[in-house]
Design a protein around this ligand. Structure first.
Ligand SMILES: Cc1cc2nc3c(=O)[nH]c(=O)nc-3n(C[C@H](O)[C@H](O)[C@H](O)COP(=O)(O)OP(=O)(O)OC[C@H]3O[C@@H](n4cnc5c(N)ncnc54)[C@H](O)[C@@H]3O)c2cc1C
Length: 329
């Protein structure tokens, strides 16, 4: 590993002034389960690390009149075990318990989970986020793309967004609070994820001198939320497809719906097509099937990943059926 400066501030205010205005010079360290691997593999080479773990204000879960405030440094394990999360956001608890392994969940933080870098093997192999050969030819389309994107892949980005927790947080309408030396801002979680169009751009709406301080969850009252994932094996690895669905019902009819898919696109994929196919309907198997078909209708598989269309379709259909039969909230 290359040498680097190490700073361990006590407050978020101290942390943000230590960050650089350009990517590459400084990185924020949370649990380190992703960042340290990237540094050891020489994929990122920060000159300074800003450790957030000594900042008490960034940890913990608080109930507020609006819902729940989760400090970005809260570990996935602590969050999964939190009684308020288990009671009011059970689909989130479920997603957290399925992520990685107990050892990793004890270290990995929620902020780090949302900011973790893609698992694309070209990126992890040092070929960049939008890997190209010396003649500018896209390496992923021509290469081994079995785990890559089937939606939102019309630009140079073909990787999939790596957080299995983000889709269910989006289904719960989570917001992120970010902080820089200039102040704080709040954004809906789905807007935090962006598809980079040029090498050097990041996959998050995060400035190099900004940190995620909190995840804000509105009340889940009246929502039926389900997280459903498909994995190649029941061991610590990332899923192949995730579907998260949130329904608000008026009797047996869907009043509003939120649908987010994971591992299909460079961002957690919010499907307005599926949402439209659900609103105003009584859920039945044909309705769930047509919503799932609508979500995947415009999928554009690469040479080796057409199988993911069916996986995502099945995950979504099952999530809708489960939500309609009571959900987990
Ligand atoms: C074997 C294995 C299996 C895994 N399986 C899954 C899985 O099934 N689902 C899943 O979702 N994840 C999975 N993961 C990924 C794991 O969840 C992430 O590595 C972890 O959540 C990252 O959190 P961290 O606190 O360790 O972040 P770090 O490694 O410290 O940081 C990760 C990135 O986020 C940035 N960052 C961290 N915190 C902040 C902040 N507050 N503000 C701004 N930037 C920040 C860092 O600068 C860095 O770029 C797996 C990991 C491993 C090793």
């Amino acid at each position: 590993m290359r040498p680097f400066e190490y700073a361990s501030p006590d407050t978020p205010e101290q942390a943000v002034v230590l960050l650089s205005k350009t990517w590459g010079n400084t990185e924020v360290l949370a649990g380190g389960t992703d960042l340290l691997a990237l540094m050891k593999d020489d994929i990122v080479q920060p000159r300074r690390l800003i450790n957030l773990k000594r900042i008490p204000a960034l940890s913990g879960v608080t109930s507020t009149p609006q819902g729940l405030r989760i400090g970005a440094l809260t570990t996935l394990g602590d969050l999964a075990d939190n009684v308020n999360v288990a009671k009011d956001y059970p689909a989130l608890s479920e997603a957290l318990n399925e992520a990685a392994s107990p050892q990793i969940r004890n270290l990995a933080t929620l902020g780090g989970n949302l900011c973790q870098r893609p698992r694309c093997w070209y990126f992890r192999g040092g070929l960049g986020l939008l890997p190209r050969d010396e003649r500018g030819k896209d390496l992923v389309s021509a290469g081994d793309n079995r785990y890559h994107a089937i939606l939102g892949n019309d630009g140079p980005a073909k990787f999939v967004s790596p957080s299995s927790v983000a889709p269910v947080l989006i289904a719960y309408s989570a917001k992120l609070r970010l902080m820089s030396a200039k102040g704080k801002r709040e954004i809906p979680l789905e807007k935090f994820f962006v598809i980079p169009r040029a090498e050097g751009q990041r996959e998050h709406d995060l400035q190099p001198n900004e940190i995620v301080t909190e995840v804000l969850l509105p009340s889940s009252q009246g929502m039926k939320v389900v997280h459903y994932e498909i994995r190649q094996k029941q061991a610590f690895d990332w899923p192949l497809a995730v579907a998260a669905v949130s329904l608000r019902m008026d009797g047996s009819t869907v009043k509003s719906a939120r649908v987010a898919l994971g591992y299909v696109a460079p961002v957690p994929w919010v499907s307005s097509e599926a949402e439209r196919a659900l609103v105003g309907k009584d859920i039945s198997e044909p309705v769930a099937t047509s919503a799932a078909d609508a979500a995947l209708r415009h999928a554009t598989p690469l040479s080796h990943n057409a199988y993911k269309i069916q996986l995502a379709r099945v995950a979504l259909k099952r999530a809708i059926m489960k939500a309609a039969s009571g959900g987990t909230a």
